[in-house]
Design a binder for this molecule. Structure first.
Ligand SMILES: Cc1cc2nc3c(=O)[nH]c(=O)nc-3n(C[C@H](O)[C@H](O)[C@H](O)COP(=O)(O)OP(=O)(O)OC[C@H]3O[C@@H](n4cnc5c(N)ncnc54)[C@H](O)[C@@H]3O)c2cc1C
Ligand code: SF4
Length: 584
């Protein structure tokens, strides 16, 4: 039961969470004329101070090495963007017996958009109509055509590079010119051309030309550490500032929302939150609420907001909140390419991510699994990260000049491949409230239940076979699975879980480790099987909206964040329209 002291001021809208979804809602709603307050569980961000884009490993104590000189593979905040963690002290989550799941959370203005890989892919028309296509899962209550104008708006505003390709079910967008492929990427593309695997310029939310006063990328390739010039997209630098410029936006940092309070009229009337700096409980009031705390935090807030009308969580008579949890199917493999040893030193500069990628190239062909995956890859002579040579030093004896020569000759010759595929929701993968555990603020925590389905295991096996053929066709040797160079944040943290039935053929990522968890408060036309309607508005509480990945009905192979922003923009315009009509 809420203990918060009701506030006197009533805002038009209260947004919970300042990441991709919350930031987009803040910009659209404040610019649309509404008075907006935002609760953010983390502190505010100062890019000049908090981003480590230009810090060198030698500026860190012990060059960033851990106890005993070992490399540290976690996203350490001395070198990486701040406040993004696999574990948060005092804010645990649990996993049910037999389940394995990891949850990456950010606690800072802008959320995980300070840390993400900036891969910005549109979902395709078939992704919204999956059940109609193959009978599994469900269709979205909206079509690609309904969301397309919002993809256009988001891309034009944030800046996404790419190229027009007409690949089936991988729609083109409003693109800035893409950067040229690097040496390693050209090598891989040749192999893909030989194997009939589509390999095209990647689509990343990074500016190759100035946009709205933001400078073009200067190709330092350090995006994972934050971009001081805001040349890549983060909500903190691109969405929150225009909301602030309206004078109608109030950000309350270090405010952990605990419960949405239901009024006597059946509408939400307030949110209680813990002020983390004073540990006091407060309440903020508004006429409408947009929850964008990230899919699982949003489910947690819904489930923890109990009342006599909704004993199982606000707007959750269906019992669907927490269900239909999915993550992308992931697996990775790296190859060593001896021919690169002979390549003279050359310019490997570029954006902090891949310049080419492989969209799903077998649309409409017969496969032994449903849906599809895309391939991300990386490697080459980028700036070494903290602990980059830990592996080389462990494998080679010696020190001084001979060790340096070994580092030089092997450096940049590894290319890592990572698959990102579609998971079909299943009844064994969901989150609920752990009845026995609360966090340091006294808020009950989430418990994860997780199981991959047969389709996902077959897909991961196919990914491994594809990576192997690309590596071998390109003249490389497959390396034993280990930490690879495919993409900094994920590869370092992914723990392959080998399924005994597929040993030697497949290893699939641990649930949650691809950081594309979604679907927990889903939208739909049926009150019994969904929490939200086609406008991401709660069926049962009309002034309550969701603007992150919780409403998603499917989790196609495309990374979710561009779709979070497009959907949030659409939801926010609907909310604006309702507010103008006096409906909210
Ligand atoms: C290393 C890494 C690489 C990634 N790469 C990609 C990629 O290339 N492409 C892609 O599409 N996606 C990628 N992602 C995923 C992407 O970051 C997320 O999909 C996206 O940020 C989700 O946006 P969101 O608004 O739902 O939540 P978030 O960005 O997580 O923001 C949620 C915010 O809500 C706040 N919050 C949470 N609970 C509460 C509460 N109770 N009260 C108040 N505030 C709260 C949090 O502090 C946080 O600031 C990556 C993620 C990581 C970590
Ligand atoms: S590569 Fe470009 S976008 Fe990324 S941090 Fe460097 S300047 Fe910024």
């Amino acid at each position: 039961m809420s203990q918060g002291i009701p506030a006197k001021k009533v805002y038009d809208v209260c947004i919970i969470g300042s990441g991709a979804g919350g930031g987009t809602a803040a910009k659209v709603l404040a610019e649309g004329g509404l008075n907006v307050v935002m609760l953010e569980a983390g502190p505010t961000l100062n890019p000049e101070k908090d981003f480590k884009e230009h810090v060198w490993p030698y500026e860190l104590p012990h060059r960033g090495a851990d106890v005993g000189g070992r490399a540290r593979h976690e996203l350490n905040t001395e070198f990486m963007s701040p406040n993004g963690f696999w574990e948060i002290e005092g804010e645990p989550y649990t996993t049910a017996p037999g389940s394995s799941f990891r949850w990456f959370r950010s606690r800072i203005e802008g959320g995980r958009t300070n840390h993400w890989g900036r891969i910005a892919l549109r979902f395709g028309p078939a992704d919204f109509k999956a059940r109609s296509t193959d009978g599994m899962g469900d269709d979205w209550p909206i079509t690609y055509e309904e969301l397309a104008p919002y993809y256009d708006k988001v891309e034009a505003y944030i800046g996404v590079f790419g190229s027009k390709e007409n690949v089936p079910n991988a729609p083109d967008g409003v693109f800035l010119p893409p950067p040229k492929p690097r040496c390693t990427e050209t090598l891989v593309k040749k192999a893909c051309d030989h194997l009939n695997i589509t390999c095209i310029p990647s689509r990343l939310a990074i500016l190759t030309q100035p946009v709205n006063g933001r400078a073009a990328c200067h190709y330092c390739a350090q995006c994972g550490r934050g971009c001081i010039t805001a040349s890549n997209f983060s909500s903190s630098q691109v969405m929150i500032p225009p909301a602030q410029a309206t004078g109608r936006f109030t950000l309350i940092p270090n405010a952990m929302a605990r419960e949405i309070v239901l009024g006597k009229n059946g509408k939400a009337e307030g949110v209680t939150y813990i002020d983390k700096t004073t540990r006091s409980e407060n309440q903020v009031r508004a006429r409408a609420f947009v929850v964008a705390a990230s899919a699982c935090e949003t489910a947690r807030l819904f489930l923890n907001s109990r009342s006599s009308s909704f004993p199982d969580g606000i707007a959750n008579s269906s019992g669907v909140a927490g269900r239909y949890l999915t993550d992308s199917v992931g697996t990775h493999l790296a190859g060593y390419f001896p021919q690169l040893e002979k390549v003279p030193a050359h310019n490997h500069d570029g954006v902090g991510g891949m310049h080419l990628y492989m969209p799903w190239w077998r649309v409409g062909q017969k496969n032994d699994f449903l849906r599809g995956y895309h391939i991300e890859f990386g490697g080459g002579r980028h700036m070494p990260g903290v602990g980059e040579f830990d592996g080389v030093c462990a494998e080679h004896e010696g020190y001084g000049v001979s060790l340096k020569q070994k580092c030089r000759s092997s450096y940049g010759n590894v290319i890592g491949f990572a698959g990102r595929g579609e998971m079909i929701p299943n009844e064994n993968s969901y989150c609920d409230i752990d009845p026995n555990v609360v966090d340091r603020w006294g808020i009950p925590v989430l418990r994860f239940h997780w199981q991959w389905g047969e389709n996902e295991l077959k897909m991961a096996a196919h990914m491994q076979e594809t990576f192997r053929s690309i590596i071998e066709t390109a003249g490389g040797t497959v390396l034993t699975p280990h930490r690879d160079a495919s993409d900094e944040g994920h590869a370092a943290e992914e723990k392959p879980v080998v399924d005994p039935a597929l040993v030697g053929k497949s290893s699939i990522s641990e649930g949650g480790t691809i950081i594309h968890e979604l679907g927990t408060v889903r939208m739909g036309n049926n009150l019994k099987t969904s929490v939200l309607n086609e406008n991401c508005q709660a069926h049962e509480v009309k002034n309550l909206f969701v603007a992150d990945a919780a409403p998603f009905v499917t989790n196609p192979d495309k990374n979710p964040t561009l779709t979070i922003m497009a959907l949030s923009w659409r939801t926010s315009e609907y909310l604006l329209d309702q507010a103008k009509k006096g409906e909210i």
